[in-house]
Design a protein around this ligand. Structure first.
Ligand SMILES: Cc1cc2nc3c(=O)[nH]c(=O)nc-3n(C[C@H](O)[C@H](O)[C@H](O)COP(=O)(O)O)c2cc1C
Length: 150
């Protein structure tokens, strides 16, 4: 069987029409569509993870068989609903952190304010990228554990 891998990235959300400014209904509709597709594809390929939407940015952790993680990330990184997709880490893992979540959605309020995702992205493969990836992973895991405890 394929080795388990996990991957994290940050990106700039492009859900709003630049002409009209943000439209909450359109944002909600777009998130719903993204999650529908993500959950269908991820479930079929044993990928799990969490997606953070802050209003301006996305951050996502994908985990699963290496081929599947690679395949979906390839498509995700070309999706026009976001841009500047910046990988933070990509490595082999022993166990999943988001078991049972074909794709959890977290909103900005669920993660600490200290988790700064800005327009300026770290260089992929840099120490800064790895550190940001780690704090995103830790914050998403904490948010999901909190939900599971309720
Ligand atoms: C922020 C964001 C996160 C996404 N996450 C996933 C995901 O986890 N899994 C997935 O298959 N597609 C995800 N997508 C959608 C993919 O970019 C792409 O539209 C989809 O894989 C195509 O699948 P389809 O051919 O079944 O429509 C995401 C898109 C965006 C914008």
């Amino acid at each position: 069987m394929d080795d388990l891998y996990h991957l994290a990235y940050v990106s700039d959300a492009r859900l709003a029409d630049p002409e009209d400014g943000p439209d909450p209904d359109f944002v909600e509709y777009s998130l719903k569509k993204i999650l529908e597709t993500a959950r269908k594809n991820n479930k079929a390929t044993e990928v799990t993870g969490a997606l953070l939407y802050t209003g301006d940015h996305f951050a996502q952790v994908l985990e699963g068989p290496q081929q599947a993680v690679n395949h979906w990330f390839q498509l995700i990184s070309q999706d026009l609903r976001h841009g500047n997709v910046t990988p933070l880490f990509y490595e082999r893992i022993i166990e999943r952190q988001f078991d049972g979540w074909s794709m959890a959605l977290c909103q900005g309020e669920e993660v600490p304010d200290s988790l700064q995702i800005t327009g300026a992205k770290p260089d992929p493969d840099s120490v800064e990228a790895a550190a940001l990836g780690r704090s995103i992973l830790d914050s998403l895991v904490a948010a999901i554990r909190k939900r599971e405890a309720h």
